[in-house]
Design a protein around this ligand. Structure first.
Ligand code: ZN
Length: 262
């Protein structure tokens, strides 16, 4: 089975990249201005493609999943409202250690997103950047902690998650499944869906600050060219990460864990 999912992060007001999510130039690359996000949705909608929930059964009509990582405030300030104009709902994956912190949604806002019909999921608790290397025990802990925090806030079982940092392995999926996750999005740019135990694993295509509406629509349509480009880039990066090892991760961790915002 093939499904297309788009991976967004933060949606922000014009030039206000520091207002939502993780701080720093490295994170800003993945943030979209609200006007650009509106253009994306219009272009996707013009293709007669709808954004649906990953829990909805497959249907004949063309549809995709729109997902947002990290839990930045842009979810409530921009993303949800723009999706709703099309009658669509998004998947918002929250790194629970950040709830209520500067730039991130708080408990009431998570409740509001849920009440408006959006899907709330875990993005781990502490957002480890090299999730696949933290060991089975810690993985389980990250999934269980974040899942129980969100389940407590929303007073219902949270069964969906996305993997932080892009590092994925079978163990990441197995531990998510063991903690009760039934739908897991990673960052592999693929459309093939498979299962690990009772958990379904979906890949996602990355959307960046300068991704055009035409490209977002082409990916949503299932066009091969933009998807193969991402796949090639992904594999090149994977090889670089392997070769660079610790150095690569240390720099990323410094950027992501930086306290304070500009
Ligand atoms: Zn993330």
């Amino acid at each position: 089975m093939k499904r297309i999912a788009l991976m967004y992060h933060d949606i922000v007001a014009a030039k206000d990249f520091a207002s939502s999510g993780f701080a720093g130039a490295d994170a800003d690359i993945y943030k979209l201005e609200a006007a650009r996000f509106s253009e994306h949705l219009k272009a996707i909608s013009d293709e007669k493609i709808a954004a649906v929930s990953a829990f909805e059964p497959e249907s004949e009509s063309a549809n995709i999943f729109i997902t947002f990582d990290d839990g930045g405030r842009g979810a409530i300030e921009h993303a949800a409202g723009i999706l709703e104009k099309h009658g669509w709902r998004g998947h918002f994956f929250i790194a629970t250690d950040r709830i209520g912190m500067d730039g991130f949604v708080n408990e009431d806002e998570i409740k509001e997103l849920d009440a408006r019909g959006h899907i709330i999921g875990s993005h781990s608790a502490s957002h480890p950047l090299r999730f696949s290397s933290i060991g089975r025990g810690k993985m389980l802990d990250e999934w269980r902690t974040s899942r129980s925090i969100l389940s407590e806030i929303l007073q219902k079982e949270i069964r969906i998650a996305s993997v932080p940092g892009g590092h994925f392995s079978n163990e990441v999926a197995e531990t998510a499944e063991e903690s009760g996750i039934e739908v897991l999005f990673n960052s592999e740019p693929v459309a093939d869906v498979y299962s690990v135990g009772k958990c379904r694993i979906f890949g996602r295509y990355t959307i960046k600050q300068n991704t055009s509406a035409a490209e977002a629509a082409a990916i949503s349509r299932g066009d091969l060219a933009p998807r193969l480009r991402q796949f090639a880039l992904w594999n090149a990066k994977k090889a670089a990460k392997k070769a660079g090892g610790e150095a690569y991760v240390t720099i990323r961790e410094k950027i992501f864990n930086r306290k304070g915002r500009k």
